[in-house]
Design a protein around this ligand. Sequence first.
Ligand code: SF4
Length: 378
Amino acid sequence: MFNRLYIHVPFCREKCHYCAFVSSTPKHNELVEYPALLSRELGFHTNEARPLESIYFGGGTPSLLKPEQVARLLTEIAGQVPILKTAEITLEANPGTVDLFSLKAFHDAGINRISLGIQSFDNRFLTCLGRIHTTEQSRQAFQAARQAGFNNVSIDLIHSLPGQSLDQWGTELQRAIDLGPEHISIYGLTVEEGTPFAAIYSADCPELADDDLSADMFEYTDEFLTRSGFDHYEIANYARPGYRSRHNSGYWQRDGYLGLGVAAHSFLREGHGVRFSNPGTLAEYRLGILSGHPTRIEEQRLTPREAMAEYMFLGLRLAEGVSRYAFEREFGTPLNSVYGPAAAELAKLGLLLQTDEMLTLTPRGMLLSNQSFIKFIE
Ligand code: SF4
């Protein structure tokens, strides 16, 4: 069962230097044929669908699709699965690929939330990252989104960029606030194997932020954005009241979602949950769809224990944390009987707060979240 839809658009105009996502420059008519494959793929899953509460176009660069393609695809989706009137429908957009005209057309197509990949307000960092847009284009895209009627705009920023100081990061945050988005997602740069960045920056390269500086940036961000009226509702996400990402919140609450497209991941609520992903190349993906037998990669039917671990490390990403009552209702066993020792150990390290009702990560626990989560998998 799923009530959310993720649509992966694996195309970008150029590859950013740090990017390890599945995306490439579209060839021939790949962009033209792609939406029809997505629509056809959904057709294989309609019996597992519930009315859709959210749809998320991610990538890659979904804003490379023409607005009329998005409009047609949304119409075809609605023809197969009901979309709730209140559904959140997000499109990720690269500021270098949109203007007032296209944003108006995306809005008319039914998109009601835009997520702009701004990443930095400093052109030197944008060049270093290999982004195709300038700071000026980012601001223009944001203003155009407002003019086009979007009252729910998210922006992405990256900290711990090569040579970036804490002061420079503070300036980035101030510029973000000046722009006035409803939602901000913030990630620390990671150098992924196989990217051009990995060839330039070794793990101990002095230009890269060390753990202490990254931690300072994380803590500064929390303090700065909270003081500016944002709710730090998830480790990497901040929202004005009422503007949390409903789609992404569904991931952390283990709602079922179907991922359409190349390399898309799915989580269906069957038994304790089924996870699988689609092939990572367009050729293989297309073959599966056109043959009537979509290929599933790495299908995993979760055991109760795996589902419990997921429940913990996804739920603890959220500021509210995990409810003992909800855990017991979901799994029929008290949380303490499974994770009592792990929770006690994390609490002793100052990473977790425990009450009679809830378990929540402390600010330090959020900073060292991977260290915290591993305790629920061991
Ligand atoms: S725009 Fe996003 S998905 Fe595309 S190459 Fe850059 S980081 Fe990767």
